[in-house]
Design a protein around this ligand. Structure first.
Ligand code: 4AD
Ligand code: MG
Length: 480
């Protein structure tokens, strides 16, 4: 058997008592031909491997370079040096894989996040990305645990679909037809997708919600957690063309039930990461504090990362209506001094992220759930309120991020739903299967979508969404 090793995280949790162990990992640094900082990805804390001078041949020593992979067998002893409680006194060292120090792209020094994005295939081997991706894992695991504990069914909705769930038309087409102009055409010259692989035009999904509703109206409560795709040309620090979304959908829920679940969910997964990834979050807290020292005073966050997370878990989110939000924005000094780039034109306008961030960061200083938006700026499936102009929508806005959740109570009344679809030019024939849930045993139901990367950004304090997904897909970029 090759792999009989102890992970460094587990080893560092033990007391050093002359135990004999085998570890494997990658060299971070090698000093004085004596001290190896070895990392195996289980933690950001390196194991100090100590080599007795003269014990190992020169040919081995010169192969212990940054990012070389090693198997080390040795004896664990209390460390004489400061900074670590134990050393591994090497008895034998095997080089599993050499790493040419001249060619290895990451030098043992601080690199910018932009530089590391170009080296995304290796950036997991840095402290920052080690911490970010272990926290990302913990959050993903917590998502499943939260819903599993509550009896929700994890439903895998399709990636390839023929529907545009959000009606926003920002879709990537999926086709096997030739792109060289020889694709079969209709009489009017348009492409004949009847000849395409699926016998119709298809795209990558923008949301699993509509299929999720089919599940909820049988199982009661379901959630999806999968990749979604948007071909929106937004080159911002909060948009990806491929991102992961969690979409719970619940029968017998109204808007308030929906908000309660969303708030409890967010607090739960943050709490889980705080309990299980304290070291990584502590590291990220320090990293952010360092980074913010470079910023002018007024651009710095009022709270450190850990304080912010604790604050969010311990305090109720603010809940206001869209109409109240517009009033607050209109009356704000920020608006009166004309500091918004996009003017507050009044009721009916869509909120820009600067407006959302003003509400959470400057006005309430906590997460805000905004509800009951004008129907005209929201999707067709949202439940129409009795005022005839708003829908039972809710968005959750988070400090530093803006919109993190979008959701609503769904329109369960067939006549209202089909009327709205007609107004929005959505053909009923295409969504016959969706409308069947309203035909056969319709129920009040609700759901929401949490953008997973935005959540990871919030918890790790990373400014750019490209730094919380392994291999970001954004306009003009799909490397790795
Ligand atoms: O607000 P959205 O578009 O809502 C939906 O897709 C609904 N079907 C959800 C539902 O009710 N089941 O997207 C939901 C969330 C946003 O709040 C945001 O966090 C994230 O998905 N999101 C993005 N994240 C990264 N990059 C993008 N381009 C995103 N677009 C939306
Ligand atoms: Mg939205």
């Amino acid at each position: 058997m090759f792999n009989k090793r102890i992970k460094i995280k587990e080893l560092l949790a033990q007391e050093p008592a002359s135990q004999e162990v085998t570890v494997m990992g990658w060299v971070r640094t090698f000093r004085n031909n004596q001290f190896i900082a070895l990392n195996d990805g289980s933690t950001n804390n390196h194991l100090q491997v100590v080599l007795e001078l003269g014990k190992f041949p020169e040919e081995i020593l010169k192969r212990i370079t940054t990012s070389a992979s090693l198997r080390v067998q040795g004896i664990v002893e209390p460390s004489l040096g400061k900074g670590q409680k134990m050393d591994l006194k090497a008895v034998s060292i095997e080089i599993l894989g050499d790493s040419d120090a001249e060619k290895y792209p990451l030098q043992p020094k601080k690199h910018s996040l932009e530089f590391l994005r170009e080296k995304a295939h290796l950036r997991f081997r840095t402290n920052t990305f080690g911490a970010v991706f272990r926290v990302r894992h913990a959050l993903a695991f917590a998502v499943h645990q939260f819903f599993n504990e509550r009896g929700f069914i994890y439903l895998h909705t399709p990636i390839i679909t023929a529907s545009d769930a959000e009606g926003a038309g920002e879709m990537f087409r999926v086709t096997t037809l030739p792109m060289d102009g020889t694709a079969p055409k209709n009489e009017d010259g348009s492409i004949n997708y009847k000849e395409d692989f699926f016998g119709r035009s298809t795209n990558l999904t923008v949301s699993g919600q509509l299929e999720g509703e089919l599940g909820a109206t049988a199982f009661g409560e379901i959630y999806t957690f999968g990749p979604t795709f948007r071909a929106e040309n937004s080159n911002t620090a909060r948009h990806l063309a491929e991102f992961w979304m969690i979409e719970p959908e619940m029968a017998f829920y109204d808007l308030e039930d929906n908000m309660n679940l969303a708030e409890a969910f967010i607090k739960y997964i943050i709490g889980y990461a705080m309990d299980h990834n304290a070291e990584d979050l502590h590291f990220l807290d320090q990293r952010l504090a360092e980074e913010e020292k470079q910023l002018p005073q007024d651009k710095r966050s009022e709270m450190g990362l850990l304080d912010k997370l604790k604050f969010v878990v311990d305090n109720q989110f603010e809940r206001i209506t869209y109409t109240e939000a517009i009033d607050i924005l209109r009356e704000s000094n920020h608006n009166k001094k004309k500091k918004f780039q996009y003017e507050i034109t009044g009721w009916g306008m869509d909120l820009q992220s600067e407006h959302e961030r003003y509400l959470v960061e400057k006005h309430f200083k906590k997460p805000v759930i905004l509800s009951n938006y004008p129907a005209a700026i929201k999707a067709f499936y949202m439940r129409q309120n009795e005022d005839g102009k708003t829908v039972a929508a809710m968005d959750i806005l988070a400090p530093g991020i803006g919109e993190i959740v979008g959701g609503s109570q769904r329109e369960e009344r067939m006549d209202r739903l089909t009327t709205r679809m007609k107004e929005m030019h959505i053909p009923e024939e295409e969504l016959w299967w969706y409308l069947d849930t309203r035909r056969f045993g319709t129920v009040p139901h609700a759901g929401f979508g949490l953008g997973f990367e935005r959540m990871v950004q919030f918890v790790t304090g990373m400014n750019n969404i490209r730094d919380v997904i392994a291999f970001p897909r954004t306009p003009g970029s799909a490397d790795f």
